[in-house]
Design a protein around this ligand. Sequence first.
Ligand code: ASP
Length: 437
Amino acid sequence: MKVAKFGGSSLANATQFAKVKAIVHADPQRSVVVVSAIGKEQPSDHKITDLLYLMHAHLTYGVGVDELFAEIEAKHRAIHRDLNLSLDLDGLLRDIRNSFSKTLEVDELVSRGEYLSAAMMADYLGYTFIDAKDCIRLNYNGSIDEEKTYRQIQVLLKQYPKVVIPGFYGSLPNGKIKVMSRGGSDITGALCAAALEAEVYENWTDVSGILMADPRIVPQAKAIETLTFAELREMAFMGASVLHEESIQPVKSKGIVLNIRNTNDPDHPGTRIVNAIDGEENKVHFITGVTGRQDFTVVNVYKESIAKFPQVMTQVLELFDHYHIPLEHLTMGIDSFTVVTATSKLKERLYDLISDIKRQATPDKISVEEGLALIAVVGRRMRETPGVSGKLFSALGNHAINIRMIAQGTDEISIIVGVSNADYTKTVQVLYDQFIG
Ligand code: ASP
């Protein structure tokens, strides 16, 4: 069987609902459908989840919510009317309105977006609606109780073979509703797939998979056909974001194929993410993708023969930890050691951090450079192929791009170069042309 999760843009209006129905009914294996709340029809629109968060703030401060709720009602009513649904939508909307109070819990209210879209989709598909609060179990700290969740999904699915489940929320041990972090419907889909040992977890969105580079920089960038979960991590960490990070582990650990598909182009095979790729399939592309981010800061700590003074490094790292500044990269030379971090995370703490480092770690010198961009060339096959870094450096050299930092990612599946922000776009384009284009 297959679990199919549809994101908010796949549910933005009746036309999108109809596309979902055609997709689900085209394959009888698609027996578990997970949905997000209704998303944007056009860029200027508001997501239902955003409106619900805003409504909650209004309720808390005693500001009127009529206008906001009217917008939410109108969106759902239009779909209900256009699709001729028999569901008692008015009753469901009334229940939500009746719950309004200053003390209404934010999770309770915000979860209603997914609740409504799933109830409508179940009606439209002729599938059973299963409330996520009856199967997705969360702990008080927000983590998932996988064991209880899997058991509950298995029990319910034995009883109801074709179901629609709202994404994004579940229940706490005391029965109260708890939402996940934003984009959490991806996690719900992954949990269903893992619980049922699905053959495929299909994640339907509005792009035809993960692209080999950011299309705003490389307009001709193609979708990646297949990549490994490890490569996905490298791509995502450095900027390409399609899926919620926490949706990976449940499917990866059960060896389930994750397939990203486009609701607006259902014939496109999308991107498949798997544990390992071998044989013919592995021969397609040498480089999987090029990705990156701008605005990093480099902190260089100098001390002659630094390796002899490990406490300098320990103290510097402890101070980063003390100020809750996440590290992006660490490199070490004979007389210095370099920490790269996102500039946004450093901002107001920079002054304190530097003076603490000077005082506690007593380096010979310390320097700070802003405006670094990091670009990762990701590819599982680089490990087995000599000469990749040579090609990379000469391509950048031929285009007069100055490399300010070099690092290798996990398990030799990526090479990371640091260039100045001003060279970011050009670097991505040159690397795409060199290795993929
Ligand atoms: N509706 C929620 C959000 O906008 C969850 C999701 O779409 O996955 O974040």
